[in-house]
Design a protein around this ligand. Sequence first.
Ligand SMILES: C[S@@+](CC[C@H](N)C(=O)[O-])C[C@H]1O[C@@H](n2cnc3c(N)ncnc32)[C@H](O)[C@@H]1O
Length: 168
Amino acid sequence: MHEDKRRKKALDLGTGNGSYLLELLNLGYQPTGVDKIEWLYPPEVRKAINDGRIEIVIQDAFEFLKTQPDGLYDLVTMRMPDALLYYISVSTENRLPQKSAEFLSHLNRVLSSYGGFVVISHERDSSPDDIIRTLSLAGFQLEKRNYEKINFVGRIYDGYRLTFRRAY
Ligand SMILES: C[S@@+](CC[C@H](N)C(=O)[O-])C[C@H]1O[C@@H](n2cnc3c(N)ncnc32)[C@H](O)[C@@H]1O
């Protein structure tokens, strides 16, 4: 049986100071983070960048997605996705706004055939039900919904984690 020995690739959109990339690295992924702003990176993140274990690209997440090859990523994440929520929690009716449909179609395209998409956020920013409705209109399938404590720049938030399978 063919065994794929490569390290699985993860893409973290709106990565901020890259701290979530270290968690992805520990989970066995080869992580790339994208953010439109260059943050001051903590020393462990800086070291991992210098060692080539993680990569951070400074670019708008949507523009970056458009340039990525089909099926490259095994996992795409967004933690506390802030302004990026605009693309994933906009459906109040049975129709996706065009920008969101376009974003989600690229997101789906860059995922491998067994790829998944994970959103980690808190209720204050967005309702998980809006995200689930929006993603399901784009064909993503909700796999898991968990409550989760989120450690974001040293503060702990009550939040949730939504795990989706790509659309077919
Ligand atoms: C609340 S911070 C979360 C940072 C990180 N995900 C974490 O959990 O530590 C949201 C981040 O999303 C980034 N962001 C917002 N809109 C973006 C866009 N269109 N493209 C890339 N990054 C974006 C912001 O610059 C910011 O760094």
